[in-house]
Design a protein around this ligand. Structure first.
Ligand SMILES: *Cc1c(COP(=O)(O)O)cnc(C)c1O
Length: 496
């Protein structure tokens, strides 16, 4: 299977090349030229299989230039005891209508591990296949969670170096400590005086900088990306939608074929897009509910067909969703226009230059078949955490709380009878300060690290092992730069 550009500006490439490059050199994202269609019998027969077996099966459909052994190797290296449960992505029942898909059992306590434990392995195989002699430089822009997950995934991976940029004042203390204490001889972490969109835009510009690419090549380097613009990052995420659905079938909660809605707390649109791919492959997916926080550019887009990023940017208590430019929407728009790369290129230009674009009526009607959007503000988020704990003694993190709130609003408005599977994208301790604020009468401790213990003793949840002893680890990364110095910082790190 080959991969094509969402902007109609590149010849098709193999999966290995799409993964090694990260994104299309002149702008645009790689997508599979056709989505593998599975029949009901094949999917239903996978009920009861392990997560690793599901991953091998799904990856094999897309990575046709990888051998079965390559894929088995990558999967075995990614999903093992570095997750704190053999289920990898357990499904927890809140009530008859709502299930929580816990995606944070990997090493860094956020759902990014689901992909990023695998992406580096896929990339290393891609480098071997293409016989690339160059060292691959992974550039990451992070709103907090991707950074640590990518660092953990890539640290000490031969033939790669990883450089992470995060908004210096836009991540939680726990997130920052997780990143700046990362060891490994190929890891670099830089705080940026700006927000996530500043980091992401700068990284995208570096990828598109032809002159820099030439200099890099002379020095034996090439860039790639661990952000969800890389197909190797998106693909692993398709697996857990199959796992969740088949889990419901296996435990008798639904008969095979009954549609299930997936509710996804959304930022860059990678996670929810993976659910859409699962549906296109044949999984009985009902509605996809796209949940935004106060930065509700997507909720507004799904309501109106107008994507307008010309608005205030808010730092909220669900910071991993504080995004106004949702990169993976481009892949979805490409599909919704019937693969009209010229149209997508035009919209992306308009977004870049004018900050706004409007999709045509046909595209909008297509989108509406699959997705409904909604948003929750910070107060609603905290109320949801408190309400859910009261009802079920289950502690939501802030991102997941946004999703539960939007899910309930959607259920009420639509009257749907479908079961909702709500993605839980972070362990509550990762955003401990905000989560604690949801509980009445708690006198929060000064430091986030003390708050971790406070939340654990208040609610009885178990601490995530990736968040233990953060204060005892040495800080190894202290660099901070201005938002217009990101390219310079990369060049300095690489000595070019
Ligand atoms: C990254 C992240 C999200 C957003 O996921 P996208 O794939 O970017 O839409 C939501 N919640 C948490 C905790 C995250 O780390």
């Amino acid at each position: 299977m080959n991969y094509i550009s969402t902007r109609n500006n590149m010849e098709p490439v193999s999966a290995a090349e799409a993964i090694a490059r990260g994104m299309v050199p002149n702008g645009g994202l790689f997508v599979p030229e056709a989505i593998p269609a599975l029949d009901a019998a094949e999917i239903a027969a996978m009920a009861g299989k392990s997560y690793q077996e599901l991953a091998q099966w799904i990856l094999g459909k897309y990575l046709t230039d990888y051998t079965a052994e390559d894929i088995a190797d990558c999967v075995a290296g990614a999903y093992n005891i570095n997750f704190d449960t053999p289920e990898i992505a357990p499904l927890v029942k809140l009530n008859d209508n709502e299930y929580i898909l816990e995606l944070w059992h990997g090493p860094t306590a956020a759902f990014k591990d689901m992909a990023l434990q695998l992406t580096p392995r896929l990339l290393v195989k891609a480098i071997e296949k293409l016989d690339l002699q160059q060292e691959v430089i992974i550039l990451v822009a992070t709103s907090g969670d991707t950074g640590k997950a990518a660092l953990e995934g890539f640290k000490n991976v031969k033939g790669t170096r990883i450089i992470v940029f995060y908004p210096a004042h836009g991540v939680s203390k726990v997130q920052e400590l997780q990143m700046v204490t990362t060891d490994g001889d190929n890891t670099y972490v830089v705080g940026v005086e700006g927000n996530f969109d500043d980091c992401q835009s700068a990284v995208k510009e570096i990828f598109a900088d032809r002159a820099l690419e030439a200099v890099m090549a002379e020095h034996g380097y090439q860039f790639s990306s661990a952000n969800s613009i890389n197909w190797g990052r998106l693909l692993p995420q398709i697996v857990y939608y199959f796992a969740a659905y088949l889990n419901l079938v296996h435990q008798g909660a639904v008969a095979y074929g009954t549609p299930v809605d997936f509710v996804v707390p959304t930022g860059n649109f990678g996670n929810i897009l993976a659910a859409w791919y699962a549906g296109q492959m044949g999984l009985p997916v009902g509605k996809l509910v796209c949940a935004s926080n106060k930065n509700q550019v997507l909720a507004d887009f799904f309501a109106s067909g107008v994507y307008d990023r010309r608005r205030d940017f808010y730092q909220t208590n669900s910071p991993s969703m504080d995004i106004l430019i949702s990169s993976n929407l481009e892949r979805f728009l490409f599909a919704m226009t019937g693969n009209d790369g010229d149209k997508v290129a035009l919209w992306m230009d308009q977004l870049k230059n004018e900050g706004i674009f409007t999709v045509d009526a046909d595209t909008k009607a297509n989108i509406d078949k699959f997705i409904v959007g909604g948003a929750a503000d910070e107060v609603e988020t905290l109320s949801m955490i408190a309400a859910c704990y009261d009802e079920s003694k289950y502690v939501l993190d802030t991102h997941t709380a946004v999703a539960v709130k939007v899910s309930r609003e959607y259920r009420e408005a639509s009257g749907t009878a479908n079961i909702a599977v709500i993605d839980s994208t972070a362990h509550p301790c990762k955003f401990v300060s905000s989560v604690l604020s949801a509980f009445d009468g708690v006198d929060k401790k000064e430091s986030e690290l003390e708050m971790l213990e406070q939340l654990v003793s208040l609610t009885g949840i178990s601490q995530h092992k990736g968040l233990q002893d953060l204060d005892k680890k040495p800080v190894l990364h202290t660099t901070v730069c201005e938002k217009d110095e990101i390219s310079a910082a990369v060049q300095r790190i690489l000595g070019i």
